[in-house]
Unconditional design. Structure first.
Length: 178
């Protein structure tokens, strides 16, 4: 059993080395979504003093944790940073999957399901993971800015079709949007 686990770890490390080398040689800038893997894989069962909450199937959570750790996300990020110093950026994870990659609109209702993204502003339709990957590649993540002007009662002074949480759009320079 130990030999099988060691071979699995060797395969994972080999894949990370080859992939990080390819990324460092091929791209001038590599962006990763900044995920807190330690919190994502935290134990669902908790301790005897504080048992885990909001998790009904502890076995399913344990399987998910194993799958996340088996992918080697942290190792890939680390090795790419070593091979391409100064050319690796971390994009904040919040709102990358809720932001439309075409118009920049952020709306939680745009995420119809785990796999489907339909922008509630421009009606752009895409796979949700593809949309999030485009946002990460463009460096679009983080927390939306608060409203700049508000009228009485906190409502925007001028009525428009735009949301109050829409951020100014960056100049797209050299970043292909698929």
């Amino acid at each position: 059993m130990a030999r099988l686990k060691a071979r699995e770890a060797d395969r994972r490390k080999d894949w990370c080395e080859k992939t990080s080398t390819m990324l460092a040689r091929t791209y001038r800038l590599v962006r990763f979504e900044k995920l807190n893997i330690k919190n994502m894989t935290r134990s669902a069962s908790g301790t005897t003093e504080q048992p885990g909450r909001q998790v009904r199937q502890v076995r399913q959570k344990a399987g998910l944790n194993r799958a996340i750790l088996a992918q080697g996300w942290g190792l890939l990020r680390q090795r790419t940073g070593h091979k391409a110093p100064g050319r690796v950026e971390d994009v904040p994870a919040p709102y990358t999957s809720l932001r439309c990659s075409v118009c920049g609109w952020i709306d939680k209702n745009s995420r119809k399901s785990q796999a489907e993204f339909v922008c509630s502003f421009c009606c752009f339709t895409c796979n949700a993971d593809t949309n999030a990957a485009i946002n990460v590649a463009a460096g679009q993540g983080g927390i939306p800015r608060p409203r700049r002007s508000a009228g009485a009662g906190g409502m925007p002074a001028a009525t428009s079709r735009r949301s109050s949480i829409r951020e100014p759009q960056p100049n797209w320079v050299g970043i292909p949007l698929f």
